[in-house]
Write a protein that binds this ligand. Structure first.
Ligand SMILES: Nc1ncnc2c1ncn2[C@@H]1O[C@H](COP(=O)(O)OP(=O)(O)OP(=O)(O)O)[C@@H](O)[C@H]1O
Ligand SMILES: [Mg+2]
Length: 404
């Protein structure tokens, strides 16, 4: 199964190009699910029909779904919420404050990801097209499983310590303000379930079959933002395997106004192709009217991908051939860890070692890379940033390394 996420700046045409891709694929015989994680119901608007919280068949081979994160609140999330509430209660936090804290910031995004995972694995899909919210939120969304996974990892031992302390007889001191105490086994279970679910989301997003298409319009601001997103996505280990340039003016019969735009767009397009290097660029023309409904979307899909021969489909479904963004090699004397940070320059990147993690910071974003065990027993010997690749060399620490 291929999962393709469409993201980009607000209003560039993510929903439209994602829907056009899905209709095109479905009409070429690929079992396709298109779903939106954006709370605004624009996918339904593009398909010209209201969508439900479960996948519904729009036309032969094409299913669509509007993710409803709140539906989840009534499902498995309630266990997690209870877990957080239980912990806060045991820590003697005011119940009103606790209620607010338990609605974790970003919880909706986590729920959207859990839904995406469930829908992706549940159906007979060969292709899952995801229409994401604008870039900033999506980046947060994609980083969440990793961040939350670490949060839960810390929460679990904390809960166990607490349980031990309670068993040791300090329960009366901690007390349970108003309401029934949550059974501790239940709390641990809920946290463990969340951890397992998040691991599932993470493995779906990190799967070699999952990739991201960056949508942009040929304008200076949109290009700059798309390049920044590309760096950030790579920082989190996600593969961008396509760029969609939307709203390109057709150049036939141009008057002065239009030929001015066509020339400006051609310049931007050339810059995009150069900046994104090996990443394939798909062009989507500016349609004469808003592409609404499956027929109009199919027309746009045809313009984007051409007639669905083998080549056109491999553009959608082919293996992700771009190498993983994070790689580790052994040279015989030292390890080299490489992380793709396309477009990044030295001044913007900050690197530090924190115990078993390597922390990479770039433009306000931060990723803690859990080091593989061999690297944990090494010292950082140096780092370079060349052609958008961060290289960190690790040499074995003689105190910790005993050759077998
Ligand atoms: N290639 C195109 N030709 C003509 N109209 C287009 C094209 N692409 C998008 N539009 C129109 O532009 C508007 C915005 O597009 P769309 O909703 O797909 O953008 P978006 O990136 O999903 O926006 P948001 O950030 O709000 O989710 C819509 O009215 C859509 O019909
Ligand atoms: Mg949209």
């Amino acid at each position: 199964m291929r999962v393709v996420l469409f993201t980009g700046k607000g209003g560039v045409g993510k929903t439209t190009t994602a829907a056009a891709t899905a209709v095109h694929a479905a009409r070429a015989g690929i079992k396709t699910l298109v779903l939106s994680t954006d709370a605004a119901h624009s996918l339904g608007d593009a398909l010209a029909r209201p969508l439900g919280a479960v996948p519904e068949e729009v036309e032969s081979g094409l299913f669509a779904q509007q993710i409803d994160p709140l539906a989840r609140v009534r499902g498995s999330w309630s266990g997690v919420r209870e877990c957080v509430l239980g912990l806060l209660d045991q820590l003697d936090v005011d119940p009103v404050e606790a209620e607010e804290l338990a609605d974790l910031p970003g919880a909706e995004e986590v729920l959207a990801l859990l839904e995406l995972r469930d829908s992706s694995v549940a159906g007979p899909w060969e292709l899952v097209v995801v229409d994401c919210a604008p870039t900033a939120e999506t980046l947060r969304l994609l980083a969440l499983p990793e961040v939350l996974g670490r949060f839960v990892e810390r929460l679990l031992p904390m809960e166990r310590r607490l349980a031990r302390a309670l068993a040791g007889g300090i329960a009366p001191l901690l007390g349970h303000r108003g309401g029934t105490p949550v059974p501790r086994d239940h709390v641990v279970e809920a946290a463990q379930r969340l951890q397992t679910e998040l691991a599932g989301v993470r493995s779906l997003l990190a799967d070699p079959g999952t990739s991201i298409r960056l949508v942009l319009t040929p304008e200076a601001v949109a290009v700059a933002e798309a390049l920044r997103s590309w760096t950030s996505l790579s920082l989190y280990g996600y593969v961008v395997d396509g760029v969609v340039v939307n709203r390109l003016f057709p150049d036939a019969g141009a008057d002065d106004w239009r030929s001015g735009w066509v020339a400006a767009q051609a310049g931007r397009l050339a810059a995009i192709e150069e900046s994104f290097g090996a990443v394939p660029v798909t062009r989507a023309p500016y349609a004469a009217v808003e592409p609404v409904g499956t027929d109009a979307l199919a027309d746009l899909g045809l313009e984007m991908y051409g007639y669905p021969g083998e080549d056109a489909l491999s553009a959608l479904l082919g293996p992700v051939e771009i190498q993983p963004a994070l790689r580790v090699r052994w040279s015989g004397r030292e390890f080299l860890l490489e992380l793709d940070l396309p477009g990044a320059c030295r001044e913007e990147v900050d690197l530090s070692r924190r115990g078993e993690e390597l922390v990479v910071q770039h433009g306000g974003r931060r990723r803690a890379i859990a080091l593989p065990s061999a690297l944990r027993r090494c010292r950082v010997a140096g780092a370079t940033l060349r052609d958008g690749v961060l290289g960190v060399t690790f040499t074995p620490d003689p105190d910790q390394w005993r050759p077998s």
